[in-house]
Design a protein around this ligand. Sequence first.
Ligand code: AMP
Length: 213
Amino acid sequence: MRIVLLGPPGAGKGTQAVRIAEKYAVPHISTGDIFRANVKEGTPLGLKAKEYMTKGLLVPDELVCDLVEDRVSKEDCANGYLLDGFPRTVFQAEHFDAFLKAKGEEIDYVLDIEVAEEQLLPRMIGRRVCRNCGKPYHVDFFPPKVEGVCDVCGGEVYQRDDDREETVKNRFRVYQEQTAPLIEYYTGSGKLAPIDGAKGQDEVFGEICALLG
Ligand code: AMP
């Protein structure tokens, strides 16, 4: 099963992705996580990506497509995968579709997690994450028991640069301009499934499971 997760920043793609990947036993491929890992390790890709990420801009298409196409060619993706945060532009979607077509493959589901923008801003600005194990928190909805300290591993709980207010506003603008057109791109493919992301995490997951079977 090859699944693409679409949706504006903060719609809960990452949270749902972890649950879907576990239930359907497919690798969770998050381009954002791959870039963040490269930034942390200071690789050449990370150094290039960081310039864009800290401003809330998209990393150039040519750096993204090869990366994803290499990743899904690995053995663990033979039975499918879940793409979280890719494609983000019509160019990426077209490039990836052509790549799949050449292998006689196609995407099975495009899940579009929909949430109104005014609900998302407070969700995102309050977001925190453990620097060590990546566990997500929220200052209002699920803060760590001790402020700034991860419940699981004791690591530092911090705010990602790209969750700061100015950057978040930029990410919404970029989403509207460059990623939202993907909804039209996938409409008519028969694969696009709108999911109401304004509900609670469990309800959203239930809706997704009902669809995927
Ligand atoms: P995310 O965690 O998916 O919100 O991604 C964090 C940041 O990584 C984004 O704001 C972009 O700068 C970059 N990024 C992730 N995926 C892509 C992509 N498919 N195309 C371009 N940039 C991306």
